[in-house]
Design a protein around this ligand. Sequence first.
Ligand SMILES: CC(C)(COP(=O)(O)OP(=O)(O)OC[C@H]1O[C@@H](n2cnc3c(N)ncnc32)[C@H](O)[C@@H]1OP(=O)(O)O)[C@@H](O)C(=O)NCCC(=O)NCCS
Length: 261
Amino acid sequence: VSFVERTTAPSTIGSLAADLSQLGVRPGMTLLVHSSLSAIGYVCGGAVAVVDALLSAVGAEGTLVMPTHTGDLSEPSQWKHPAVPEAWWPVIRGETPAFDPRTTPTRGMGAVVEVFRTWRGTLRSAHPRGSFAARGPNAQTITGAHTLEASFGEGSPLARLYDLDASVLLLGVGFDRNTSFHLAEHRAQCRPQVVQGTPMLEDGARVWKTYADLDYDAGPFADIGAAFLAAGRARSGTIGAAEAHLFSQRDCVDFAVMRLP
Ligand SMILES: CC(C)(COP(=O)(O)OP(=O)(O)OC[C@H]1O[C@@H](n2cnc3c(N)ncnc32)[C@H](O)[C@@H]1OP(=O)(O)O)[C@@H](O)C(=O)NCCC(=O)NCCS
């Protein structure tokens, strides 16, 4: 069923802002959003209208944050979706253009993120693989110092969001997309280390840079999310036609640390 067929009435900036407020999004919040545009059903103005509604819901005193990951700027021998022939690995390491926070498109993050990352005033952290974009008073604190090692660990925007007691909004996507659980993987010390690789600029020159990261595994995230919902830890509702969940990032990280295998 297409996103048009699932739509009773088209969503607008105003109706989306009202839905967000109904769900519990408040001015002044620091809000990390994971989204699917098509899940909302037809939106007048598409991704632009969704960004506009999110910005008006958190207000000028709030900070909007989204993941702007670039999963393709990573060690090709570890790729699974899809895997590529071993003979290509040296070419990929040698030729993939370096990450540039201004221009490198995101991979698998969605149309809303692609609009938000180029919105006037949006900042993006410098991590070549696991960057985040943020706009608002806390944007610099969140994106300013993102360590290369441990992409989603204590030196990442996820840890700053934890410090800031941010909220998370899953907008038409499930807990398998809840990136904050990666911070919990660090804190639970439940994953082995791997050597990651990525093309980045160093002193103005492109290099293939290797670094230590965790062997992240989102496999258990959906089940932990289901337990989190069953424990009544989120506010759930709809944004347009999309199922949505709003919750405390600290609470979900602490919850996952206790439950990760
Ligand atoms: C992968 C993912 C982005 C796919 O969602 P999606 O809704 O299919 O895709 P997008 O959000 O990019 O939206 C584009 C789609 O919206 C639909 N669309 C187009 N115009 C639209 C409009 N005006 N109103 C509503 N939907 C519209 C189309 O189906 C379009 O797909 P197309 O470009 O192939 O035609 C989503 O499932 C997801 O996982 N999002 C979260 C990502 C994330 O935060 N990950 C964290 C790290 S794991």
